[in-house]
Design a protein around this ligand. Structure first.
Ligand SMILES: *[C@@H]1O[C@H](CO)[C@@H](O)[C@H](O)[C@H]1NC(C)=O
Length: 530
């Protein structure tokens, strides 16, 4: 056996030992409710990333999701909220043509926040979800809820009277962190969906402050609606169990822990509270599935390397206008490399070095040693996988956090950004040449890949550890940030400032009064003397 194969097998052995240890240590199986309401493939992958290791460790999982889990084994019960797809109406909300002609503002937080609240509402009011909530026999040891711009679904923990764990699908930013700790300082942290990267210039610092304040106001302004939806979904179920639910304004700050799909290798090194656990990469199986035979042959013989091109699963690249598609095909035709393109339809007249696949095993392709470049929309899963497998990227961002993901990757030095417009083919060609000729991109991504892998414990094992910790310590109160109990005006010492102002005013008035009365006396004496 080759040495590297032996090492890999040993590592797998350790992994299995670790799992057994965790299960043994848990002593008993827990009843866990996992809620991932967003109807998108990447969110489903992130949800399954929790469900599968919990099942493997022997726990009993109830999973509320719009997308059924494939190949799950163990004690799993699913509640499929497929009607969430009607809310999203992906084709209408996210449409490449609209993006191309700038008909929608994709940095618009209000729209996405509204969508998130509607999805939470639809999930909570689903018939089967309501039956679960109203069944007095249903009990859970812990609830894991995806945090995606809204806290409405914290109510599951209120109804089942058990600890709440947030699963944040994005890089940490003030909006997520403020529900377990505090707002972040805008002078050195990027706002949600902002493309500016610290250190900031004076102007950028002002923009950052304005953007934080504006978005904090937007978030605050929907809290009334969220509170109503929370009551509407959960209060009757609580009442049936003889409990008055805590108000939304308290329940939403009652998370024991937040898992974050983030890591310093792909994001910023932020100041994080004790109960935030960065576990990016947890959705990637340590054991890579083998490539199907024909694809393996294509990749094995590509002596100049393979370029993998995928625009993700939410947007369909078939919506890209034909002229751009033909332009991109022509660029690929001029390359020595083999190109694998995940494209939902058949393409005609394609060059020999281009393979079009309707579905592609992304992780397995990226793991192949001949994969030299990944052209991606820049979703957080894709940028994380690029770092995990050490492949430089060209990002073509279109939506939400993709802009900031790609800009961060560019800033970290393993990526180039190309925007989607009619200039895309030309710009893509330049970017491909630059990345393939300049070794610095590859070197940089290999360094980050090392950072990504070099952790004391695998993120899957970390999930099992912290879930167990929260259950066994009844909500891990010792991990809560004291910042949650301090009102904002006290944090900025506004009360002290007010006191100082009052004192200064007092001194001023006392001085004035003394002065005038002394003066009057003086005037009187003067008159008497005369
Ligand atoms: C907060 O969560 C704990 C369990 O972690 C629970 O006992 C408590 O009642 C909850 N409080 C509120 C206000 O939701």
């Amino acid at each position: 056996m080759r040495a590297d194969v032996i090492v890999v097998n040993m590592l797998r052995g350790i992994d299995i030992l670790l799992m057994i240890f965790v299960v043994y240590d848990a002593g008993s199986a827990y009843k866990i409710l996992v809620v991932f309401p967003i109807p998108g493939m990447s969110h489903a992958i992130l949800g399954e990333g929790y469900v599968k290791p919990l099942l493997e460790a022997g726990h009993e999982v109830t999973y509320i999701t719009p997308i059924p889990t494939k190949n799950a084994t163990g004690n799993l019960r699913e509640i499929i909220v497929s009607s969430n797809f009607n809310i999203m109406q992906t084709e209408q909300v996210l449409n490449i043509e609209k993006i191309l002609y700038k008909k929608i503002d994709l940095h618009d937080l209000s729209g996405i926040m509204y969508l998130a609240i509607m999805l939470a509402n639809n999930t909570g009011l689903d018939g089967n979800v309501q039956r679960l909530l109203h069944d007095p026999k249903e009990k859970f040891d812990v609830v894991i809820v995806e945090w995606f711009l809204s806290e409405v679904l914290c109510g599951f923990a209120s109804v089942f009277n058990c600890p709440l764990i947030w699963a944040s699908s994005m890089e940490p930013h003030w909006m997520a962190l403020s529900i377990i700790d505090d707002y972040l300082n805008p002078t050195y942290t990027a706002d949600i969906f902002s493309s500016n990267i610290p250190p900031y210039t004076f102007a950028q610092r002002i923009v950052a402050l304005w953007s934080h304040l504006k978005n904090a106001y937007k978030k605050w302004s929907v809290s009334g609606v969220e509170s109503e939806i929370y009551q509407n979904i959960f209060s009757s179920a609580g009442a049936e169990r003889g409990r008055t639910l805590p108000p939304f304004s308290e329940a939403k700050y009652n998370g024991s822990l937040m898992f974050g799909n983030s890591h310093v290798s792909s994001g910023q090194s932020l100041r994080l509270p004790q109960n935030y656990k960065p576990i990016a990469g947890y959705h990637i199986d340590p054991e890579i599935k083998p490539l199907q035979k024909d694809l393996k042959e294509v990749m094995d013989v590509a002596t100049h390397g393979v370029i993998y091109f995928s625009m993700g699963s939410l947007l369909k690249s078939t919506q890209i206008p034909d002229t751009i598609i033909r332009g991109i095909v022509d660029v690929f035709a001029g390359l020595k490399q083999t190109v694998i393109w995940k494209y939902e339809e058949k393409l005609h007249n394609i060059p020999k070095n281009l393979q079009v696949l309707q579905w592609a095993p992304q992780q397995t392709i990226l793991a192949h040693p001949n994969c030299v470049l990944f052209i991606t929309h820049g979703g957080l899963l894709s940028t994380t996988e690029a770092i995990h497998f050490g492949v430089p990227i060209i990002g073509v961002p279109m939506f939400g956090d993709q802009f900031i993901n790609v800009d961060r990757a560019v800033n970290k030095g393993f990526a180039k950004r190309v925007d989607l417009d009619f200039e895309t083919p030309v710009n893509l060609k330049t970017a491909i040449e630059d990345i393939l000729q300049n070794p610095r991109y590859k070197e940089k991504v290999k360094t980050l890949s090392f950072v990504h892998h070099h952790r004391p414990i695998h993120p899957k094992a970390e999930i099992l550890h912290w879930v167990e910790h929260v259950v066994r310590t009844r909500g891990a109160p010792h991990l809560r940030s004291p910042a949650l109990h301090v009102p904002w005006y006290q944090k900025v010492y506004l009360d002290l400032a007010a006191l100082m102002m009052a004192l200064l005013l007092l001194i001023y008035f006392v001085a004035i009064t003394l002065y005038t009365s002394l003066r009057q006396e003086h005037v009187c004496q003067h008159k008497k003397l005369n």
